[in-house]
Design a protein around this ligand. Structure first.
Ligand SMILES: Cc1cc2nc3c(=O)[nH]c(=O)nc-3n(C[C@H](O)[C@H](O)[C@H](O)COP(=O)(O)O)c2cc1C
Length: 353
């Protein structure tokens, strides 16, 4: 199928729809303590955010490797093709602040990459059945969250977009999703479905519609992009608070990527910004977690924070939890090293944080 994203991280490990590995039987060290995902009890604070888990087989593979919350990659109410290659472009940079003008591309993955998929989706007929089968096969103590996004239509209104988000959420819950995440941030699409987190009013219209479409018992999480300032953060939080159980942050930090060769320089992706994911986003995302955690506490709200961005070690998990996150997710580092949760658990238990 042509919408399949492709990236060969190692020859033996091909990340695409067709090459989902089978679940493995390995010893996964327990982590002591009580952990919750928006009120649902789980075995550890570790999860995979929307992205790496392209279908049910990928969900079950990473579940077998020590992740307790598995987020099914963002799906739509209609199939959508993937952007052209490169979908994953390694970059080399220090911790990002969001103020960078351009950052350099590099050949080898060194921890961070520009992500450029455009939120492709399989057909709803496929993903609805796949989610149902996956929930049935997944150990019952694992949480299956499904990420959805609305698709903007030509001349469509905000109401139409909200209805489309709600339809996807309803379908996912009917298929057995334990939780719903709506993606309100994708720096790689310039339509409003990728920017909702920047408008508190629009975000609230969509969140209310989604909340109404699913049972009150189902945790509902909104995934947001990079928000560094207190005033827009407070507006967004207050607008979303009546409808949501959790906020996932940070999707990525947007930047323009420049490739330099001995002959010339070129701005990749036609000079448009792309979401940078991985190591370079950790400081910004932890600061954002601290900011929202403080705002939530001041208002006495019960909203969980899912910390995501640049996690690859037990110490990073501690840093997010100390900043106020209730749960921590790993995307890029888990794609590069599928056994990362096992290593994090070992280091956590050894106290080498
Ligand atoms: C390959 C890839 C695909 C992604 N696709 C999605 C997506 O479909 N929906 C979404 O909300 N976030 C998506 N993301 C963003 C991740 O969920 C996460 O927010 C980001 O990668 C930061 O985590 P990391 O630093 O551990 O990679 C994707 C990330 C990667 C690396």
């Amino acid at each position: 199928m042509s919408y399949l994203p492709r990236y060969n991280i190692q020859e033996s490990y091909r990340w695409n729809y067709e090459h989902a590995p089978e679940p493995v039987e390995v010893e996964v060290p327990d982590i002591s303590g009580e952990w919750f995902y928006c009120g649902l009890p789980i075995g550890s604070p570790l999860g995979i955010p929307a992205g790496p888990l392209l279908n049910g087989k990928w969900v079950r593979y990473y579940a077998s490797l020590g992740f307790d919350v598995l987020t099914y990659k963002t799906v739509r109410s209609q199939s959508r093709e993937c952007y052209p290659l490169p979908n994953l472009q390694p970059v080399t940079c220090d911790q990002l602040t969001g103020a960078e003008k351009e950052i350099p591309a590099t050949d080898q993955m060194q921890g961070s990459w520009a992500v450029s998929f455009g939120m492709p989706s399989s057909d709803p007929e496929f993903w609805r059945q796949d989610i149902e089968e996956t929930r049935n096969l997944l150990p019952k103590e694992k949480v299956l969250s499904v990420s959805v996004v609305g698709t903007e239509q030509e001349n469509g209104t905000l109401d139409d977009l909200a209805d489309d988000y709600a339809l996807c959420a309803k379908w996912a819950v009917e298929s057995g999703a334990d939780a719903i995440e709506t993606n309100f941030s994708c720096p790689n699409v310039c339509t409003s479905d990728g920017q909702l987190y920047q408008s508190a009013h629009e975000a609230a219209v969509v969140a209310e519609r989604v909340r109404d479409a699913i049972s009150e018992e189902v945790p509902y999480i909104v995934k947001i992009g990079h928000v560094a300032d207190e005033i827009p953060a407070a507006f967004l939080l207050e607008a979303l608070a009546p409808y949501i159980s959790g906020l996932a942050m940070t999707n990525s930090v947007a930047a323009i990527v420049k490739q330099t060769t001995t002959l010339d320089e070129e701005l990749l992706f036609d000079g448009q910004a792309r979401g940078i994911c991985g190591d370079a986003t950790r400081t910004a995302s932890i600061q954002q977690t601290e900011l929202f955690s403080r705002l939530i506490a001041h208002r006495g709200l019960t909203i969980a924070i899912l910390g995501v961005g640049g996690v690859s070690q037990a110490s990073h998990v501690h840093d997010y939890l100390n900043a106020g996150a209730d749960h921590v997710q790993v995307a890029s580092a888990a794609m590069v090293d599928p056994e990362i949760a096992i290593k994090i658990r070992r280091d956590w238990n050894a106290g080498s944080n």
